[in-house]
Write a protein that binds this ligand. Sequence first.
Ligand SMILES: [Zn+2]
Length: 241
Amino acid sequence: MQLYTKQIQIKNRFFNVDVYDFPKRNSSATIKGDTINIRLSSRISRKLQNAHAENLLKRMIKSLEKKDPPKKKIWMDGDIIDVCEKKYVLQIHEENRKTGTVGMPRWGIPTVPLTIKIPKNLSNSKKQILIFNLIRKILAQENQIYLQNLVSEINHKYFNFKYGKIEWKNFKSRFGHCTSKNDIAICSRLLFVPKELLEYVIIHELAHIKIKNHSQKFWDLVKKVCPEHKKRRKLLRNSGS
Ligand SMILES: [Zn+2]
């Protein structure tokens, strides 16, 4: 039987804590994804159950703090987002609604308000995912030209290749892509990483115009214009993007 549920924050992640009582001699705690399940022995007093719950949760938090270094940013109302050399101020409205929307004014002001409306009856972790997806979608739309200029600048500096379309795309797991027609797409998660990491991904995709695989020849080409490519790749993987 479920006794209660609550939500806690460990570092910058949210976890659901579901507490059950269970016809067993011992109490135990397990974690699956973002949910911590605490099973309390139903053979002990309520007072002892509370003590067990507190103890198990404390232990769980301790091990999660060790295991999970801070990675994901939590988006909050009033956040200033620095993207593509512009500043946006995040405005989050929680409303009685089914889906999320995002909007911004069309005129140029120094700090552009990004107004996000989200359903208020979502869990905190789902709210964060929704907010992030709305932000990256609109900022990718807004900054297509920024990306095109940056690719052109890097290409001019190092390669002088001919390429097709350049755009941000909302990839799930890849950083970039270069098609057989030499259209280049860059993952919109990279809007939020330091510029040198974005530049590395652009160099990588531009190098694919000449060499369409990841052979030694390809890496030699990348290394020639970006000697730090190994370090940047590592930083990218650790960026939480
Ligand atoms: Zn590649």
